[in-house]
Ligand binder design. Structure first.
Ligand code: NAP
Ligand code: ZN
Length: 360
């Protein structure tokens, strides 16, 4: 008989889990493996709340495997390191992001693209190489192979830096790969949430002109005065949308729900690129006319490899880029999820795990 989550490993851990597609999170006892030779055990300080956590607890994609302990924007302290661990020592401040395993020998892994390894394993809602289930960062601690642990730059705060581990790398990697970093070019950021607001800041650090493309007129003032966007386009304003046709070189689309691509593709110049990062529950329609007639391109991108994630953290430290966060206690998570579903967050919830997660 399969062992229970609480007894399958030697070390008892406390966290919060969703048990079914209601998505309601509640206290959960489980266990983690002993720290292996290549592992780092991380005491979790803070964990960001990504929309992927929400999609997963609600089973939006149809493959949630309950109970789910979400959380993949983790900052903490290394409390144990295995004997083969060279990159970290006890007491180091470290980060853990969206993936915690890969085969480490395929073409993707050899190119530091562990995120595209066919055997890549996600930090939660996935099975690890030992056949047991991965539980994420809404918990006391996590045990991770050193390859998937990040050095957390000294100048980055642990709380507002945590979202960089998913939101940061997810927008940074496509900007680099698709050549969207040429100073002076015009970037549109569709959806001003966790990913979107970090995209604005990273875009500005690359010297781009940044326009937010949003369905929320109430976000305009802050997008410009606080986040540093150059302009703000409300998708429900047909006149402004019309005036902006053919003005953008690139668009990063972070919208979490099903939406029309036609108006976004229209905003691109000839040869423009739209990179889709959002993962709505249902497929989008791809209109061919604006693509074909303007030699435009639609691409996708999934987080980033470990080397590039470290590069992104160092880049953000150098440019003083952090997330704008609302810090919450663990037991406020269900209300936070309700607000996230309504795009009502400025701009990332982060759980103060170490100070608010107390075992019963
Ligand atoms: P988020 O904080 O909820 O932001 C999403 C934004 O999309 C919202 O703030 C809202 O912006 C806009 N939006 C939401 N519903 C909309 C609707 N019905 N119509 C139009 N716009 C809508 O989410 P996030 O954490 O940034 O994640 C965004 C998406 O990326 C999710 O689907 C997530 O799963 C996915 N994701 C992908 C990767 C990857 O590697 N590719 C990594 C992380 C997350 P406005 O209010 O400005 O309109
Ligand atoms: Zn995420």
């Amino acid at each position: 008989m399969a062992k229970s989550p609480e007894t399958e490993h030697p070390n008892k851990v406390f966290g919060w889990a969703a048990r079914d597609k209601s998505g309601l999170l509640s206290p959960f006892n489980f266990s983690r493996r002993d720290n292996g030779e290549n592992d780092v055990t991380v005491k979790i300080l803070f964990c960001g709340v990504c929309h992927t956590d929400l999609h997963t607890i609600k089973n939006d994609w149809g493959y949630s495997y309950y109970p789910v302990v979400p959380g993949h924007e983790i900052v903490g302290i290394a409390t144990k390191v295995g004997k083969n661990v060279t990159k970290f020592k006890e007491g180091d401040r470290v980060g853990v992001g969206v993936i915690t395993g890969s085969c480490q020998s395929c073409e993707s892994c050899d190119q530091d693209l562990e995120n595209y390894c066919p055997q890549m394993s996600f930090t939660y809602n996935a099975i690890a190489s030992d056949g047991t289930k991965n539980y994420g960062g809404y918990s006391e601690n996590i045990v991770v192979d050193q390859r998937f642990v990040l050095r957390f730059p000294e100048s980055l705060p642990s709380d507002s830096g945590a979202p960089l581990l998913c939101a940061g790398i997810t927008v940074y990697s496509p900007m680099k790969y698709y050549g969207m970093t040429e100073a002076g070019k015009h970037l549109g950021v569709a959806g001003l949430g966790g990913l979107g607001h970090v995209a604005v800041k990273i875009g500005k650090a690359f010297g781009l002109k940044v326009t937010v493309i949003s369905s929320s007129p109430a976000k305009e003032e802050e997008a410009i005065s606080q986040l540093g966007a150059d302009s703000f386009l409300v998708t429900t304003d047909p006149q402004k949308m019309k005036a902006a046709i053919g003005t953008m070189d690139y668009i990063i689309d972070t919208i979490s729900a099903v939406h029309a691509l036609y108006p976004l593709l229209g905003l691109l110049k000839v040869n423009g690129k739209l990179i889709a990062l959002g993962l709505p529950a249902k497929p989008l329609e791809l209109p061919m006319f604006p693509l074909v007639l303007g030699r435009k391109m639609v691409g996708g991108s999934d987080i980033g490899g470990m080397k590039e994630t470290q590069e992104m953290l160092d880049f953000c430290a150098k440019h003083n880029i952090t997330a704008d966060i609302e810090l919450i206690k663990m037991d406020e998570i269900n209300t936070a999820m309700e607000r996230l579903a309504k795009s009502d967050v400025k701009y990332r919830f982060v759980i103060d795990v170490a100070n608010s997660l107390s075992p019963p």
